[in-house]
Ligand binder design. Sequence first.
Ligand code: GRF
Length: 214
Amino acid sequence: MSCRTAILISGSGTNLQAFIDQVAAGDLDLDLCLVFSNRPDAFGLERAQKAGIPTACLRHGDFGDRESFDRAVAAIIDKHSPELIVLAGFMRILSPWFVSHYEGRILNIHPALLPKYPGLNTHQRALDAGDEWHGSTVHFVTEELDGGPRILAGRLRVDPHESADELQQRVQAIEHQIYPEAAGLVGSGKVRFENGLTLVDGKASDEPALRSFE
Ligand code: GRF
């Protein structure tokens, strides 16, 4: 049985599209059971509808505080019984309640080689630091922002003459490969979260798997 997976978005949804395409091609064994957005105008909702995936949307501005929004979102998500929650450009900080409700079952992708550059403006920060390598990292979500145990990272060589926008586009192309791959590993049970660690085939692993791209 394919792992039932809900994808949470706020925007364009190019990562969502990569999941949709890989599932359609038979390269990714996940059952995409819901796409949720906190923004009604997120283009990713159209991508999901076109692919025949159920969608839902709640506006965070309609709720008084973070946890009441998160509880309403979870009530929708839970109707679809997903085993895995994939954050794909979901621009919300999650409440501790939400993180513990889905403990060990939420994935995020962050556009940096974590633990470098949690937070925003990661591409400019990598350029400003003169880094040789930059990339993106898939990790389990814990209460620590961009700090949960890592699963898979993809890296590329930085061209010191490129702009942050160009670098971002190259990193996004990597994300479209490593994010479905990492989610597939978790969905199949090969990789899992236990006691705050990533386990691969039952063994704790401190460093994420790393793919290098040209
Ligand atoms: C990705 O670049 C990811 O690193 C970050 O949000 C962006 C989402 O882009 N967490 P998209 O909506 O999938 O195009």
